[in-house]
Design a protein around this ligand. Structure first.
Ligand code: ATP
Length: 240
């Protein structure tokens, strides 16, 4: 399942990882092509977050082959904003690794905040934001450096159902505009089918199944095609 290197923004080939005598990843092969959204679903403890840690460089004691284009951006279920920085300062912090500072960083932050619909909150403190607003700010911080790869770990998992749908549309808008690749970890099979080009199923540290989501966007969750993919994935996850 590995892709030709020039079209992939992320690839893992035969990746193993152990915590002590517990094997958490067992020969993981996966890739994300340029501009592709790949969702990763799996039961709790199957190793999804560990894969994101490997790709984001937070794990250095795995074996196998890892390739990532540029510096991936990461967003988590909790927004993880710095409470002592304003929204704009949190977003411009996302440019630190690229060395952009000062007025240029502020301008880039403001442009990204406008894109996520948060321009009226640029001087606000994180504690004053709603959950959805905080997650918009976290997305802006991840995207301000124009990454080629966005790693998302249950990014909308803590939001109410309506906000979750709004954030899913926002992510698709941003993706269409910028064309970054996405690896999205989610527990929500509907979210995976609604957003992804491909969905991978992880079981006990191994990719055991995958489906190509060949449905036109925007996707209608009420169609037989959607239901069929949902049913396939739920069965692959052992939910009947
Ligand atoms: N720092 C650690 N030390 C020891 N074991 C760990 C550590 N981090 C994760 N694990 C173990 O690795 C396995 C995979 O964890 P991981 O967080 O990748 O799973 P996950 O699929 O993301 O789960 P969830 O859906 O519950 O977030 C689990 O058995 C977990 O207990």
């Amino acid at each position: 399942m590995s892709a030709p290197v020039d079209t992939a923004v992320a690839s893992l080939v035969g990746v193993d990882k152990w915590y002590g005598d517990h094997q958490v990843l067992d020969g993981v092969d996966l890739h994300v092509d340029r501009g592709e959204i790949v969702a990763l679903v799996g039961r709790s403890g199957s190793g999804k977050s560990t894969i994101l840690r490997v790709l984001s460089g937070l794990s250095d004691d795995h074996s196998g082959e890892t390739r990532v284009a540029g510096r991936p951006a990461v967003a988590f279920q909790e927004p993880r904003l710095f409470p002592w920085r304003t929204v704009r300062q949190n977003v411009s912090y996302g440019l630190n690794p690229s060395g952009v500072t000062g007025r240029a960083a502020e301008q880039a932050a403001d442009a990204t905040l406008a894109e996520v619909g948060l321009d009226d909150k640029r001087d606000a403190w994180p504690a004053t934001l709603s959950g959805g607003q905080a997650q918009r700010a976290a997305l802006a911080r991840a995207l301000v450096g124009e990454p080629e790869l966005l790693l998302l770990d249950e990014p909308f998992g803590a939001l109410d159902a309506l906000t979750r749908l709004t954030m899913q549309s926002l992510l698709l808008d941003l993706w269409r505009r910028h064309g970054f690749g996405v690896l999205l970890v989610t527990h929500d099979v509907d979210e995976a089918v609604a957003l992804a080009d491909r969905v991978l199923v992880l079981d006990a540290g191994t990719v055991t199944d995958h489906v190509d989501v060949d449905l036109p966007r925007p996707r209608d969750r009420g169609t037989p095609g959607f239901a069929s993919l949902r049913g396939h994935l739920l069965a692959a996850l052992g939910v009947h």
